[in-house]
Design a protein around this ligand. Structure first.
Ligand SMILES: NC(=O)c1ccc[n+]([C@@H]2O[C@H](COP(=O)([O-])OP(=O)(O)OC[C@H]3O[C@@H](n4cnc5c(N)ncnc54)[C@H](OP(=O)(O)O)[C@@H]3O)[C@@H](O)[C@H]2O)c1
Length: 218
């Protein structure tokens, strides 16, 4: 029997307020890398952290999907940016424009990051616990992971919160225009065909990638 290839056109219904048009300057692979990680970074820094020009922020995990956007956004805003990454990723973090890149495998960030206005915590656990004392009074710890202790926050005189990213078309359009103008560069480490999604996930879990990995669909 002869099998004919059929092209399937799928349609999806989306809330108009949650989406933004892809600028022509951004290809589909890079565009795919932006919405979740980019908006998580944007909302953590600006909506919840209220980071302003001239402030000092420590971003834990600056080499990852969210972190590599966060370092670039905070720099574009005019903040002073410190970030923690593992040894092999120090060079990559420098290319993002971080003022101080701390190799968490060989250096203690407590010794290099005093008087912070904000800690952007993409790691949690011991890394968070060691960060409280680095914040100025009135500073803020923002996390994408577990809810930080409000008792500890009160003890240090700081704000602390965790949030879940929301789709916001206006914010996404602002991010896309920064990317289209070349001010922000999404880093796609590698693409995998959808059929190799398991290998892609393994690679993320092994932690051997920087920036984002994108699945391509024929
Ligand atoms: N709340 C939300 O709405 C939301 C949204 C998106 C993501 N998230 C969460 O936010 C976290 C970050 O997301 P992501 O997409 O950026 O993850 P990712 O791409 O896997 O990046 C995590 C990065 O952290 C680094 N890392 C691991 N241990 C570290 C440490 N002790 N100090 C500094 N860096 C360390 C890893 O590299 P090395 O191991 O080489 O250091 C990796 O580059 C994840 O846990 C994710 O589940 C939450």
């Amino acid at each position: 029997m002869k099998i004919r290839k059929v092209r399937i056109h799928r349609k999806v219904v989306l809330d108009e307020a949650a989406i933004a048009r892809k600028p022509r300057e951004i290809d589909h692979v890079h565009a795919a890398a932006i919405p979740l990680a980019g908006q998580t970074a944007w909302q953590g820094l600006f909506r919840y952290g209220q980071l302003r020009a001239g402030q000092v922020v420590l971003i834990h995990g600056g080499s990852g999907g969210v972190g590599h956007f966060a370092v670039q956004f905070a720099k574009a805003k005019g903040a002073r940016v410190l970030t923690t990454v593992s040894t092999d990723k120090v060079q990559f973090a420098r290319t993002l424009g971080a003022d101080i890149v701390i190799d968490y495998k060989t250096q203690r960030f407590e010794e290099l990051a005093p008087d912070l206005d904000m800690v952007f915590d993409l790691i949690d656990g011991e890394t968070r616990e060691r960060s409280w004392k680095l914040l100025k009074k009135g500073g803020v710890l923002v996390s994408t992971l577990t809810g930080p202790s409000q008792q500890t926050a009160a003890r240090y005189g700081v704000r602390a919160l965790r949030y879940t990213v929301e789709a916001d078309g206006k914010e996404l359009a602002e991010i896309l225009s920064l990317v289209a103008s070349g001010k922000i560069k999404p880093h796609v480490q590698k693409t995998y065909p959808l059929a190799e999604a398991a290998q892609a996930l393994n690679s993320v879990e092994r932690g051997d990638s920087v920036g984002k990995i994108v699945l391509t669909v024929e």
